[in-house]
Design a protein around this ligand. Structure first.
Ligand code: FES
Ligand SMILES: [Fe+2]
Length: 363
């Protein structure tokens, strides 16, 4: 049952490449008896809660005859394939506690055969309101056969293991899908200057906008687990603008000051769904308003939400493989069409007026 942890040398998350821990969903989304379909690098996957309410991640593939579970059911943590009705569940008390086995297919004559039909899984862990999976591109019927190089804590991947005292904050979340490669979004979120130029109009206050755009000093720290960059003002080196921490493969923290004292933390998770399809999960932790009830006031959240969405829609205009440019072009095109139409229309009207005048003169 114990996870295999390799030597400390292999705990270098920056060398692990694209495989490893990803936050793929927030806990509140994954309610009991709900199949959460998503994908990683084109591989169709499902998250759900088993009969012990543990989050599990399976490949969306019934290993009986390779059907998808789309259109299938889940009852009391038991997943039912829509094709021939095979029922799968995990059983902590069985001799195969690490597997999700078929309990029944057709009738009891097939029970022995059924037990050998097992679903493919990825290691899945729930922490601090996030569902994390350890993605390797190679799922297994026994989840503990997948070697985990480092735990989330060793990698300082979870906000708490990085040093944030999350219990002192309230948070809100937003989730967005983009039609572009996920690395474009990671790069976009690490790019400070575009915030001034592109999002200046959407951000509240008058500190960050096109007029205040400027370059910063960078202080870069690289550890085995992450790359951290602190931006300070050039005219006052002691004043920090923001700190960004990239925890590969897909997490970014943004805050100011130290993790223990920051009043505001943004956690961005980037999920590589498929070719040119990326998902971003943003969580904002804040301490501005100590009264958590006040902080959760619907109007406050709506305001935050509308800011997120306008910022993200500005990004998707420019990031989705030139979509923005195309849209602008279309808009221009539409305008010029309108103008041409107007001109034609005015011309016709003039022509008609002249004809009527001539006609009147003749009579
Ligand atoms: S393919 Fe799922 S039960 Fe047959
Ligand atoms: Fe942006």
């Amino acid at each position: 049952m114990k996870r295999q942890v390799l030597s400390k040398d292999s705990a270098d998350q920056l060398l692990n490449g694209l495989y490893g821990w990803y936050a793929v969903c927030v806990s509140s989304t994954l309610v009991n008896d709900f199949l959460y379909f998503f994908s990683m690098y084109n591989e169709p996957l499902i998250l759900y809660r088993d009969k012990y309410s543990r989050a599990v991640c399976i490949k969306d593939l019934c290993t009986h005859r390779a059907a998808s579970f789309q259109g299938g059911e889940i009852k009391s943590g038991e997943i039912i394939c829509p094709y021939h009705g095979a029922k799968f569940s995990s059983d902590k008390t069985s001799k195969d506690p690490d597997r999700i086995c078929c309990n029944q297919i057709v009738d009891s004559t097939y029970n022995t055969y059924a037990r050998n039909i097992q679903l493919l899984q990825y290691p899945c862990v729930e922490k601090d309101g996030y569902i994390y999976i350890y993605y390797t591109g190679n799922p297994s019927t026994n989840v503990h056969d997948i070697p985990i190089h480092s735990t989330l804590e060793e990698l300082e991947f979870t906000p708490i293991s990085y040093g944030f005292r999350t219990s002192e904050y309230v948070f809100e979340e937003a989730l967005l899908d983009f039609r572009c490669d996920w690395s474009r979004i990671v790069e976009n979120h690490l790019d400070i200057l575009h915030i001034f130029w592109m999002h200046g109009n959407s951000l509240p206050g008058n500190v960050v906008n096109r007029k205040t755009i400027k370059s910063f000093n960078h202080k870069i720290t690289k550890t085995n687990n992450y790359i951290k960059c602190t931006y300070t003002h050039k005219d006052n080196e002691n004043t920090e603008f923001i700190t960004q921490v990239f925890v590969p493969p897909g997490r970014i923290y943004m805050y100011r000051g130290s993790p223990e004292t920051a009043r505001y933390i943004q956690v961005l998770d980037h999920i590589p769904l498929a070719n040119n399809r990326a998902r971003v999960m943003v969580r904002h932790y804040r301490k501005f308003i100590k009264n958590s009830t006040l902080c959760k006031l619907i109007l406050f959240s709506l305001r935050q939400r509308s800011i997120f969405y306008s910022i993200f829609s500005e990004d998707s205009d420019s990031d989705s493989s030139g979509g923005g440019r195309r849209r602008t072009h279309k808009r221009k095109h539409r305008k010029s069409k309108k103008r041409t139409h107007k001109r034609k229309h005015t011309h016709k009207r003039k022509h008609r007026r002249n004809r009527t005048k001539k006609h009147r003169r003749r009579h």
